[in-house]
Design a protein around this ligand. Structure first.
Ligand SMILES: [Zn+2]
Length: 195
């Protein structure tokens, strides 16, 4: 007789199969926030049901971006080519002390896979920020589509900061060095140990 289906076992199986991809470590790390990690994993698999896909299936009549920029909602647009998303992502990167142009989605993933995969405090900050931003942008998109409620971009940034700082403050691994001090100030996290 076959084994009963288990969601947990199926999910674990999916995680195992994705362990060979470059972005595995930026999603499945020990400090991850589960709902953020799941949302990021969906985005990395291209699994979000964006309006371009729904339009192709005849589910919606318009693929117009929920952030009212006039463009078509695609995964690439949502993360983070849309002007609304770009404002949020630019500010979130800035809080990570990263100042650079917004990249196309595939390049953002590649950048994070290269620059946020280590155990250093600033790598953890980057991973948490990446997942929190994709999560809160998707939630805001859904809020606008299904509830007709609109939060300004400053509020999305506040929610990202709240979640990231909450996780960083629990088991704070920052050190009292200049780099970590600056990140802790940006994210409103108590300063860590002396080095
Ligand atoms: Zn847009």
């Amino acid at each position: 007789m076959g084994e009963a289906f288990s969601t947990a076992r199926a999910f674990h199986g999916i995680r195992q199969r994705s362990s060979s991809v470059d972005w595995h470590d930026i999603v499945w790390h020990s400090k991850r926030i589960p709902k953020h990690a799941f949302s990021l994993w969906l985005a990395l698999r291209g699994a979000h049901r964006t309006k371009d896909k729904l339009l192709a299936f005849g589910v919606v009549h318009s693929a117009e971006c929920a952030f009212l920029c006039g463009e078509t909602e695609t995964l690439e647009h949502l993360f983070f080519q849309c002007p609304f998303s770009a404002m949020v992502w630019r500010e979130d990167l800035y809080m990570c002390n990263i100042v650079r142009p917004i990249l196309p989605w595939a390049d953002e993933v590649l950048w994070m896979s290269t620059h946020a995969k280590g155990n250093a405090f600033h790598h953890t900050v980057r991973r948490l920020t990446f997942a929190a931003t994709t999560y809160h942008l998707w939630i805001e998109r859904n809020r606008r589509c299904f509830k007709n409620l609109f939060l300004p971009h400053q509020e999305i940034i506040r929610l990202v900061r709240q979640d990231v700082s909450g996780m960083l403050a629990s088991g704070n691994s920052s050190l009292r060095c200049e780099r970590h001090h600056s990140l802790c100030v940006n994210w409103c996290v108590p300063l860590g140990e002396d080095i």
